[in-house]
Structure formats: C-alpha cells, structure tokens
Design a protein around this ligand. Sequence first.
Ligand SMILES: C[S@@+](CC[C@H](N)C(=O)[O-])C[C@H]1O[C@@H](n2cnc3c(N)ncnc32)[C@H](O)[C@@H]1O
Length: 455
Amino acid sequence: MESWLKQSGAVGLDGLELANFPVTGRGVKTLRHFKKGESILTIPSGNLWTVEHAHADPLLGPALRSARPPLSVEDTLATYLLFVRSREESGYDGLRSHLATLPTSYSSSIFFAEDELEVCAGSSLYTITKQLEQSIEDDYRALFVRVFVQYPGLFPLGKFTIEDYKWALCTVWSRAMDFVLPDGKSIRLLAPFADMLNHSSEVKPCHVYDVSSGNLSVLAGKDYEVGDQAFIYYGPIPNSRLLRLYGFVVPGNPDDSYDLVLATHPSAPFFEQKYKLWVSAGLDSTCTISLTLTDPLPKGVLRYLRIQRLDESDLAAIALQQTDAATEGKISESNEVEVLRFLVDSFCHLLDSFGTQLEKLEKQLADGVFSPGGNAWAAAHVSLGEQRVLRLARKRAEELLSAAESGSGDVRGCANCEKIPTQPMLCGRCKAVTYCGRACQVAHYKRHKAVCRAV
Ligand SMILES: C[S@@+](CC[C@H](N)C(=O)[O-])C[C@H]1O[C@@H](n2cnc3c(N)ncnc32)[C@H](O)[C@@H]1O
C-alpha cells in the first residue's frame, strides 16, 4: 500500500510507520520529531475512496448511477469496497492493497452476543443496536434488489452476502472521514494509511480536506517525539456512538450524552397552536435533544415541555400577551410544576429501565467481572455514561421542581440559562431574578429590562 501511495504522490510516509500500541492496537508511529501544526501526511485525491470515484469507475459507475432511488453515501462506499475486493484485474491493485490492510472483523455492537449487549440494557445503544439488526437487513435487501441482482456479472453473489455488507458498513463507519465543504455540502471519504490513525481527545481536529486539490492532509495535533503514536481527533463522540460505529469506548468519556426524544402526537389537544409555538421557539413537534455531562438539562427540553403541557387558559394568556413568553422562561406556576414533575418521573423511569444500575456496574468493573477491553466491559462503560448523564438531569429537574413548588422558581434557577447557580447573583435593580453570572445577566438584559422597570 505504501509504495502505491508514494508512487501516486503521497507525502510524509517516510516519517511514519504502522506499529502496534497498547489499548489502541495498530496505529501510526512517528519516525521523526514533529512540531504541532506541521503537516505529517498528505494522501492525494486519486487514492481516496469517494462517491465521486465510485461513480467514475468504468465498470461500477453505471451500475451505481442507475440505482433508483439513488444509493446513500454509505451504501455507495460499502458497495465500492466490496466491488474492488471482488475484482482480480490489475487496475484495482492499488485500492486492493489498501483493502488487504483492513481488519477482517470488527467489534461494533452489531456483532455483540446477546449476553454482552444485555450489559447495557436500557441504554440508547441497546435499543439502536437492536433496531440496526433489522434496518441493516432491510438495507441489504434493498441494495440486493436495486443493484446486485441487476448486474450479476459485476456482483457475484457469493462475494456480496449480508456478512460482506456488514463488514463493508463497519469499514465505512470506523474509517471514513467527514468534511463540510465551503458550499455547505459534505464529503465522506476513506483515505488509505490516514485511516490507520487512532483517536485521541488530546489532539483537536487536525485532518483536513483541501477542496481545490481534493487531497487529504493530516497535521500534527501536538508535538511528537520519535516513536510516539500520532493521533487524529474523531470528534466529541459519546461512548454509545463510539461502540456502535468504531467498536471501542473511552472510559470516563467527557463527551458522554443521552439523546432525549420528545414527541407529541398530532391528535393531542391544541396541537396546531402548540406546533406554531414550538416552531417559533426553534423546535419541532418531535425533537431529539442531547443531554450532556456539562448541560444535563438543556433549555430546549423545558421549552418543549412547557409548550406541550399548555392548557386552554395558558394558551389564551399567551395569545393575549402576544409575547414570546412560551419560547422563553416559565409560563405559569402550574405549568412549570407539571413540566418538572413529568420530567423527574420520566428520568426516574428511564433510569429504572437500565438492566444493571450504576453502582452495581461500577462495582462489577472494579471487581474485574468484565475482561478489560472486551465487549461486555465496553457495554458496561456505555451504560455507566448514560446513567451518569440521566442522574445529573434528574437532579437538576428535582432542584428546579422543589424551587417551583416552594414558589421560589426564579430565585433558584438562572433566568437566562435556567441552570441552578452555584453562586446566585440577583438583578441589582429589581432583585427579582437570579443569574448564575455576569454573562447570563448581560445576555438576558434585553428581555428583562421591561419587566425590571415595571418592578
Ligand atoms: C480509523 S481506524 C484506526 C486504525 C485501526 N486501529 C486499525 O488497526 O486498523 C479506527 C479503529 O481504531 C481503533 N481505535 C481508534 N482509536 C482508538 C482508541 N482511542 N482506543 C481504542 N481503539 C481505538 C478502533 O478499533 C477503531 O474502530
């Protein structure tokens, strides 16, 4: 692979080599010193796996382009990988030399045994992995009908089985890079050799796609000494997603999150009025809001639920005021209490539905019940991460609820970001609202000034 890349004009391969490292497994070792920001590797456009190149292939291109409806980016790249893997002519030698370096199996959660997946029962990973089993089968069947059987000469079925398809999908999930282009479109590509770089959050984004040349370059994300492992940053990805797409987890991942789905059936009372309010609040009737360790109860959740729980009198009051009350703070005492009670109950319910509770998992991990790095161990970390986020969210909702129930809702929560301030700061003039700091007070001033004057 390296000689094919060098012949095509790749730069930097003499300063790097593949090597095995503890924890991350195979990765890229530096053979010389690199300063942060210095370019360490460039893979030319011609060596990349892209949708454009798949479509330009004289044999594969017509088959891909004729598919109706058109194939997704993921399916196009997966088909391209399997197609090249199945060819024997020399025109594909370069790409095939890349394929020869790829893992033959993956540790994505889609390959977990039932008892391994059971360790994270209750987590979003558990649900999504179960759903994926079905949707991968459906996608494979669709690809089979739309492409494979249409061109039996190009796609010998023995080399395009569902197991091959899963392997190709996991190759794309764990090795493809995504870039947003200046025109707002995005590109997904696989870059031979650059796909050997493992992830570290110590280096922030340091791989770039040059639109004019179409080349992929990697910069040193930090200073490297000879023999260090070079990394790239895959992004702020929670363990649930890391395990599903990449087959690994980062213990104690600071990017762990829980995707809360909020939905309302169109037959709910006053749906149309509420729908307009959701839209004016930048929401929709179905929203997925990410709860994170740093912001376990984002504003959007309360905004959504306040609108969802509006009764006739709240709606009449909002219509009269003609204000943006529904998109901003509290609507009424009763609405606020109802929303927060519902939230606390929901978080309790979500937490109860985890197969193994947080403390027990922590103990099992400490006692070495799961072999480190194994599937069950990774699943345990996913469950821990999501339960930690949900517990923080429940705590915050409980604090807001007790403040609302004692009639001191405004005193406890920051009027701007709605978080509970660690060092509350009152508005110096009206003394009626609380902020968590100067920045929130300034941000809230425009909305607060009329009320403040009135007070
Ligand atoms: C883009 S590839 C990197 C090269 C890969 N290690 C190989 O040998 O082919 C991504 C895969 O590397 C592994 N990986 C990357 N970063 C990791 C990390 N920080 N810890 C553990 N495994 C990691 C995972 O298996 C992931 O799916």
